[in-house]
Design a protein around this ligand. Structure first.
Ligand code: GTP
Ligand code: SPV
Ligand code: MN
Length: 591
């Protein structure tokens, strides 16, 4: 094996090298390569993949340094059914996680790992999550036999020297990933919170294979956050600039494929002069309390792995501009001039190659040309409206937290909780329609508390308790809101135009935090009046606005019944305060 060269080995602890050696002894790669995160290394990885057909190089004139990756057709989304929390006691994982006893998982995986990298290169990827020099940042090392993962990690995290320089004896999360045979029946994404270890086998898909993302930054980090008194959340972070030049920092927890990236990169509509949205994070937030009780959020990531379909110059010009260079596309379609294409980007070109590389003819071929969960990966540094506070080692102070998700019915455009406990209940009660980001049926209503159902690494009732505990730890609790830009009209069209117009909703939220915006009290929370929403500039009828702000008491009672059943199914560990909040909400609706 190739040991790290002198330069990259500098600062690496012996136990780290021992672990790499131990893994190599079991998996038996032909070569071991230590990644340094350089551009040269990136080009050598992608050149190798273009040569062996793993990547298609896109049109160098229109999409310079862009590539297309086509997944195995059985490996196109996160696999929740193959995702496990591995602890000694099943109760530690709780009812919303799959569980395998850690000893049993080690034994099972040991067999599958034996020789799984024969004939391949094992890449050693030291990565840093979070701002350089932040006390909240963390280190990880991913070992992978996937050059696609190795190249993507350069976009998603800070790879190489910056991580190696901080590597301490015990202070890193270990991630072992092998593409294996891609046999779906042998797919395991296993998390060992007690060992700060992740092992992922037989998938090469983003959330299953880029171990820094959901596995480290959420499933393992949520357990650390519980133990250490902070929050690791599936949340975007933005700074909303108002015409006076003030910036209010807001987080948003919406489930996968439910609008986080688009809200993060929102371009203000013409009619909202003086407003802007600055991106800090589009997917994950680590939130610590400072000595004044402020919620300070950092983005552990350094790039985007985001949904392509329906992104176009109208819905999101800022994203379209960003992904024209230095981007890896996954499972999009390809047009005859080797440019990427997806549904909702423009009129269908007559002839395309679909996401599996087959000829696709508009109006003739079945299904979609791009996969509904096709994505792009690029560095956050490419985004022109990246908040200057992105690199602040202390994070940004959060004033509002938003929950949301796809609800074609019931949930109004926006409303505000009566306080912290009610807000925690709002998050705990989140029920949303499933999307193509995870394998399984799309559009099925399910409980996804705080958008963390697939990502909370421990018992969800303890997680609610952890959220509630911030009441006594902070005098600076953020306000909590729920939004829903996804209500449908009878004809199946969206009632709310969404995208850039969502700034109207953000404005109301920000002005609530500033004590400026009006609200009316309803049984479910504070809501804007039609007049307190700044809709003059947009083309929407008063009837539609009324419908978007309507509270249907009878339908809400049904919703609460479903939530009650879900919360009660969590058993003894469900915090009493949450039960009481639910009772209060039921009483308000009934009266
Ligand atoms: P993950 O990367 O899976 O976490 O997704 P996400 O929550 O970041 O969602 P994203 O912003 O990528 O949006 C997912 C899909 O919803 C895309 O097809 C978007 O075009 C679409 N979308 C986003 N915002 C809106 C909106 O306000 N209205 C409507 N109708 N669609 C939206
Ligand atoms: C999500 O599904 O929430 C994503 C994509 O952001 S993945 O990285 O696959 O989890
Ligand atoms: Mn996500």
């Amino acid at each position: 094996m190739t040991l790290p060269d002198k330069e990259s080995r500098n600062g690496v602890q012996q136990n780290h090298i021992d672990w790499v050696d131990d893994v190599a002894e079991i998996t038996k790669p032909d070569r071991v390569v230590w990644c340094n995160g350089s551009d040269e290394e990136f080009y050598s990885l992608v050149d190798g993949m273009v040569t062996d057909g793993t990547l298609v190089k896109l049109n160098e004139r229109t999409y310079p340094n862009c590539y297309l990756h086509r997944s195995d057709p059985n490996d196109v989304a996160r696999s929740e059914e193959a995702t496990f929390i591995c602890t000694a006691d099943k109760d530690d994982a709780g009812p919303t996680n799959n569980w395998i006893a850690s000893g049993e998982a080690h034994a099972k995986l040991r067999k599958l790992l034996d020789g799984c990298m024969i004939g391949r290169t094992m890449y050693v990827i030291p990565y840093l999550l979070g701002p350089v020099d932040s006390p909240y940042s963390q280190l990880g090392v991913e070992l992978t036999d996937s050059p696609y993962v190795a190249a993507s990690m350069k976009f998603m995290t800070k790879v190489g020297r910056v991580a190696l320089e901080r590597l301490k004896a015990d202070g890193f999360v270990k991630g072992l990933h092998s593409v294996g045979t891609l046999d779906p029946s042998k797919k395991y994404i296993c998390h060992f919170p007690d060992e700060k270890l992740i092992m992922s086998l037989n998938s090469n898909y983003g959330g299953n294979a880029l171990l820094s993302k959901k596995c480290h930054s959420l499933r393992l980090a949520s357990v650390m956050a519980r133990d250490e008194g902070w929050l690791a959340e599936h949340m975007l972070i933005i700074g909303v600039e108002d015409p006076d030049g003030g910036v209010t920092y807001v987080t948003g927890a919406f489930p996968s494929a439910s609008g986080k990236t688009n809200l993060t990169m929102l371009k203000p509509p013409e009619y909202m002069k003086g407003w802007n949205v600055w991106a800090v994070s589009d997917d994950i937030a680590w939130i610590h309390l400072d000595s004044h009780g402020n919620f300070r959020a950092i983005n552990p990531e350094n790039g985007f792995f985001a949904v392509a379909p329906n992104t176009n110059p109208k819905t999101n010009p800022r994203i379209m501009e960003m992904i024209k260079e230095n981007t890896i596309f996954t499972n999009v379609a390809l047009s005859s001039d080797r440019t990427p294409w997806w549904e909702g980007m423009s009129e269908h070109p007559r002839k395309l190659w679909d996401w599996q590389g087959k000829v696709w003819m508009a109006g003739k071929s079945p299904g979609s040309a791009a996969h509904p969960n096709s994505r792009f990966t690029t560095s956050i540094r490419r985004y022109p409206f990246l908040s200057p506070e992105y690199s602040n080692p202390n994070g940004v102070p959060i004033k509002a937290m938003i929950f949301g998700g796809r609800r074609s019915e019931l949930v109004p455009l926006v409303y505000e909780s009566f306080g912290w406990e009610h807000g925690v209940l709002m998050g705990a009660m989140l029920r949303v329609e499933t999307t193509a980001a995870s394998s399984g049926q799309v559009g099925v209503l399910r409980n996804d508390p705080m958008a963390m159902k697939p990502f909370c690494g421990y018992h969800i009732a303890d997680y609610f308790n952890h959220w509630l505990s911030f009441r006594s730890k902070s005098g600076m609790l953020p306000k909590i809101f729920q939004i829903n830009p996804f209500r449908l009209a009878r004809d199946g069209s969206f009632l709310w135009p969404g995208y850039s117009h969502n700034l109207i909703v953000l404005k109301w939220i920000v002005e609530r935090c500033q004590g400026k915006a009006e609200a009316v009290e309803t049984p479910i929370g504070y809501m804007p009046t039609a007049a307190s929403l700044n809709i003059e500039g947009m083309n929407i009828s008063q009837t539609t606005i009324k419908e978007l702000l309507r509270v249907d008491k009878i339908a809400w009672m049904d919703e609460l019944e479903s939530s009650r059943l879900f919360l009660e199914s969590l058993g003894e560990r469900l915090p009493k305060a949450l039960k009481q909040e639910l009772e209060k909400l039921i009483d308000r609706l009934a009266s």
